[in-house]
Design a protein around this ligand. Structure first.
Ligand SMILES: Cc1cc2nc3c(=O)[nH]c(=O)nc-3n(C[C@H](O)[C@H](O)[C@H](O)COP(=O)(O)O)c2cc1C
Length: 361
């Protein structure tokens, strides 16, 4: 049994979930721990998994989803764990505390998490300072932006632009997060007319801020929309200038949960295993509609190489995970990357781009 599931996880899972999260992150910010993590098996370089997307080079398709490193404090650790990219955030322009605790709940029998953090953020200025301190590395760094709780939706675009201004120098891509279920009214920004204007504003600001390089702007969507609304949002995002879609955020649904779990009654966004079918279906619907117009980053319930491969065949060009890292530990990245290469071999694909969307009619 891997050291993490045998030794570290029982200790962490004996603690309150947010306390365990804080202790782990604090450890991951320490150079000595990052040094020790270099011993974690890394995915071997494999040209079949390398891609240039959004104008960026990705060594392989597996990245860390938003929400684990909200403040951009532990990027060297994610590099040491073998992720090819990390999405820092969600970052709000002004610091805010988020919702009262408790706001993070484990559902071990379901290999799931419910969270209602509500964008606890140190604010864009501090995140920019954290990212400025990082030595450039092989990992690609995206920044996921949100609005402050107090900002009304009709002023939301100002918040996203303000946060962008603060972090743009350190962001290789930007994600507009309009899909967290834990900020009241945020998901209303997915409405196609509102979203198009919002994306246009952010894309225009990104162009003004960076004349020498282009910062791709993506939109992260919820898994809880009707197919019509989902596709209308995606079209609006692309018309507004978005370079990609991140699908999906957590769900407010509770389908597929083991009955009897006390945490299941908590409000918030559900991630992990039970989200997988919904997130995969959302990805499939988006790919069937967009047909490669822009890349999709597939996220939600990916724990294994089969999950990642299925998401790629459902149309994802890259995948991300969060909850699997909590349950499986650091070895999960190398296992998935190795397994992806084996599946390409088995199915006689000479490069992963040939596999993208092959399960979508
Ligand atoms: C504790 C927690 C906090 C999260 N915070 C954010 C966030 O701040 N911004 C965001 O876009 N997504 C956030 N997410 C959602 C993840 O990025 C991801 O979309 C979702 O968890 C599904 O992936 P998973 O099943 O691999 O965890 C969070 C998820 C978890 C579990």
């Amino acid at each position: 049994m891997a050291l993490y599931t045998w030794a570290a996880r029982p200790i962490l899972f004996a603690l309150d979930a947010e306390r365990a999260h804080e202790l782990t992150l604090a450890a991951l910010c320490r150079p000595a721990i990052v040094g020790a993590l270099r011993a974690v098996p890394k995915p071997a370089r494999d040209s079949r998994l390398q891609q240039t997307l959004l104008g960026l080079d990705f060594a392989h398709p597996v990245g860390l989803a938003a929400g684990l490193d909200k403040h951009g404090a532990a990027v060297p650790a994610w590099t040491a764990l073998g992720f090819s990219f990390v999405e820092v955030g969600t970052v709000t322009p002004r610091p805010q505390p988020g919702n009262p605790r408790p706001r993070l709940f484990r559902l071990p029998a379901d290999r799931a998490i419910i969270n209602r953090f509500g964008f606890n953020s140190v604010g864009g200025a501090e995140v920019a300072r954290n990212l400025a301190a990082i030595v450039p590395a092989s990992i690609r760094v995206g920044v996921n932006l949100g609005k402050n709780k107090q900002t009304p939706n009709d002023e939301a675009a100002d918040d996203y632009c303000r946060a962008l201004e603060m972090v743009h120098a350190y962001a290789e891509y930007i994600v507009i997060n309009v899909s967290s279920p834990n900020t009241a009214g945020l998901r209303d920004l997915q409405d196609s007319r509102t979203l198009r204007t919002l994306v246009e504003r952010v894309v225009t600001r990104a162009k003004e801020l960076t004349t020498r390089r282009r910062i791709p702007v993506l939109v992260k969507v919820a898994p809880d929309m009707s197919p019509q609304d989902l596709l209308a949002s995606a079209d609006a995002a692309i018309e507004g200038g978005a370079s990609g879609i991140v699908a999906t955020n957590t769900t407010v649904g509770r389908d597929g949960l083991t009955s009897g779990s006390r945490a299941a009654a908590e409000s918030g966004g559900l991630s992990g295993r039970p989200l997988r079918p919904l997130a995969a279906e959302t990805c499939r619907q988006l790919y069937a509609h967009l047909r490669g117009q822009v890349p999709i980053i597939g996220v939600g319930g990916i724990f294994t190489a089969d999950d990642a491969y299925e998401r790629i065949r459902a149309g994802a060009s890259l995948v991300q995970l969060y909850t699997a890292l909590i349950y499986e530990g650091p070895g999960v990245v190398a296992r998935i990357v190795r397994g992806l290469a084996e599946r390409l071999e088995r199915d006689r694909f000479s490069h992963m781009r040939e596999a993208i969307g092959t399960n979508v009619r």
